[in-house]
Every structure is written in structure tokens, then in C-alpha cells.
Design a binder for this molecule. Structure first.
Ligand code: CUA
Length: 352
């Protein structure tokens, strides 16, 4: 009796926990980023090929699941242990053994064939994606270099000398050839609606490519466990019209905006003292390479690799204690008073 009375609140608690967990997993933030169903909403030929393969594999897997489980249930009930009855012996039944070997082999080879075809289709545009030494983009393609770091991304258009971090723009309807590298450990570059997952490996160059079709913002993430903040190693790819892409490129190539207000000027001085050792702001003495390039940080939608929206409040939170905001990232907690932090926020926000 006591047990029964206690179990009702327990069940309610369990139901509430599961509900909360589901709400968290499918929350509006994830939905806005296209997760968890992003793979099924492709916006490039490469992501579409991968989606199609995923559907084929789900169908084959689904059929195999239903057939095997039905057979199992049939065996459990139809041939359950009955007294004084010897089980039928099928050992050495050539027909039966050939049948299940053959059917399994056919399924595996069908899956293999479909997978290889998709890999070839997707790799088609990625081949010979090496970055040429200089000059215009080869053909109509855009060549991008991506470097994975704990826990953020460098994006670079090497031929143009354009360097940015965590948010990159690409032109609509042109092949984007991506050269992938890693600084420290293995990461994996993945924007599910645009391309398949490709590892970034220290000391090795990998390639991927995609043709973005639809203008919009696409979210990406690190697809390989890489340390404490693997889950907060996001990025975004903005697909632009040709005009918007050339505007973005021109703005990113320009040196940093000059601080104008007193607050911004003071922030710029504080930046050179406290931040320049690790961060670059082109057009200023700050040339640090350890952290993300901040020349146009004010133009980005998020900070800390998609951890937080880019706004003055969040910048202040970040500068106050980066380790509290994102434990284990490589930015140390600096000893800055709130006045200095507000000046830095004013300076950084102005770097559009
Ligand atoms: Cu980088 Cu996981």
C-alpha cells in the first residue's frame, strides 16, 4: 500500500522530467538552427544526396527491423517451450542457410552500393580543391580554408586575404571548395543542411565542397568530440546573393572601423593592452593569432562560437569571466573592472 502511494508522485516526477528533457532537446533554439531534423531539410545538391541516402538506409533498416522482430515474436509465441515435445532440428539445412546468407549479402551490397554512389556524387566537386597560390578563384568556384580550434573556427578566403571566425558568408549557386585543417585535435566540420561531415585533422588537409542554393543562414557544428566545449563549437554559414556576397567581402577586407566616441577610443586602448596578445584587429597593432580575428566582430550574429547572441550584455558577460561562460576554452579570465569591460564592449560592438 505504502509502495503504491509513493509510486504516483514518482511517476509524475518521471513524466515531468522526460517532458522537460524533450522540450530542451527540441527547444526553439534548436528548431531555429534547423535541428534535429536539419539533415532532412537539405539546401545543396550534396546535402540532398546525403538526405536521399539516409532515407534509403532508413527504409532498408526499417524493413529489416519489422521482419526480424516479427520473426522473433513469432518464434517466441508459436514455438515456445511445451512439455514433452522435442524442438525441430534445422542444423545443416542447406536451403535455409543459403537463403539467409544470400538475403543478408544482397542487403549489405545494396547498402554499400548506394553509399559508394553517394560518396562519389558528393566528392565530385571536392576533388582537386587545393588552394591555388594566387589569382582569381578557379572557374566559378570559391575556395575557402577552414581551421578547427578548441573551440572555434577560422574561416579564410586565402586568395583574397580575408580572415574571419565562426561566421562566414558564401555566394549563392557557386561551388564552395573547402580546405579543412585543425590546429590542435581532431574536429569535424558539419553544416547539415549544406554538406556532409568531414573531419579536420592536425597535420592533414581534408576537402569538402558544396553548392549553396537558397539564400539564408545555416548553422553548423563540430561533429567530432574534441574536449570540454565540443558541444559549443558552432558556426554559421550565410548564403548571400552575388551582390550581398561582394558587399560582405568588401566590408570584411576593409580594416577595422575607427573608434569615434570617447568610450570606444578608451576601449580601443584597453583592447591593445589586454587583448592584442591573442586577437587580431586589422588596421591596429593587435596581431595576436591565438584567438579569433576580431576585425569585424561587431558584424557577427553570435559570440563564443554560437554560444551566445552577439549583444552588449553578452559581450560583458563573456569579458567578465570567459571560463564561467564556457568552461575549458582557452581564453583566461582577465582581471578587468566593469568600467573597462563597458569600454571594451563599446569598442568591439563598433567593429562592424
Ligand atoms: Cu571540435 Cu568537437
Amino acid at each position: 500500500m505504502r509502495g503504491a502511494r509513493r509510486s504516483v508522485p514518482r511517476l509524475l516526477f518521471l513524466a515531468a522530467s522526460v517532458g522537460l528533457l524533450l522540450a530542451a532537446l527540441t527547444g526553439c533554439d534548436a528548431a531555429q538552427r534547423g535541428y534535429p531534423v536539419a539533415v532532412f531539410r537539405p539546401e545543396s545538391p550534396e546535402a540532398t544526396a546525403i538526405r536521399d541516402l539516409a532515407i534509403i538506409l532508413l527504409i532498408i533498416g526499417g524493413i529489416a527491423f519489422v521482419v526480424v522482430e516479427s520473426w522473433l515474436l513469432l518464434a517466441i509465441f508459436r514455438f515456445r517451450n511445451r512439455p514433452e515435445e522435442e524442438a525441430i532440428q534445422t542444423h545443416g539445412n542447406l536451403k535455409m542457410e543459403s537463403a539467409w546468407t544470400l538475403v543478408t549479402a544482397v542487403i549489405i551490397f545494396a547498402v554499400l552500393g548506394a553509399t559508394i554512389k553517394t560518396m562519389v556524387d558528393v566528392a565530385g566537386t571536392a576533388s582537386a580543391a587545393a588552394v591555388p597560390a594566387a589569382g582569381a578563384f578557379p572557374g566559378d568556384a570559391v575556395v575557402m580554408r577552414v581551421v578547427g580550434h578548441q573551440f572555434w573556427w577560422t574561416f579564410e578566403y586565402p586568395q583574397q586575404g580575408l580572415v574571419t571566425a565562426n561566421e562566414v558568408h558564401v555566394p549563392q549557386n557557386r561551388t564552395v571548395k573547402v580546405q579543412l585543417e585543425a590546429e590542435d585535435v581532431i574536429h569535424s566540420f558539419w553544416a547539415p543542411r549544406l554538406m556532409g561531415k568531414t573531419d579536420t585533422i592536425p597535420g592533414q588537409i581534408n576537402y569538402t565542397s558544396f553548392v549553396p542554393i537558397q539564400e539564408g543562414t545555416y548553422f553548423g557544428l563540430c561533429g567530432e568530440f574534441c574536449g570540454a566545449q565540443h558541444a559549443h563549437m558552432g558556426f554559421r554559414v550565410v548564403v548571400d546573393s552575388p551582390q550581398a556576397f561582394s558587399d560582405w567581402t568588401r566590408n570584411q577586407l576593409a580594416p577595422a572601423a575607427q573608434p569615434t566616441t570617447d568610450q570606444q577610443i578608451a576601449g580601443g586602448q584597453a583592447f591593445q593592452q589586454s587583448c592584442a596578445g591573442c586577437h587580431s584587429v586589422r588596421g591596429t597593432p593587435a596581431q595576436g593569432k591565438r584567438g579569433p580575428d576580431l576585425t569585424h566582430v561587431g558584424s557577427r550574429g553570435a559570440i563564443a562560437a554560437e554560444l551566445m547572441e552577439n549583444n552588449p550584455e553578452n559581450l560583458a558577460i563573456w569579458l567578465t569571466d570567459p571560463q564561467a561562460a564556457k568552461h575549458g576554452n582557452l581564453m583566461p579570465k582577465l582581471v578587468l573592472d566593469q568600467q573597462t569591460i563597458q569600454k571594451l564592449v563599446a569598442y568591439l560592438t563598433n567593429l562592424k
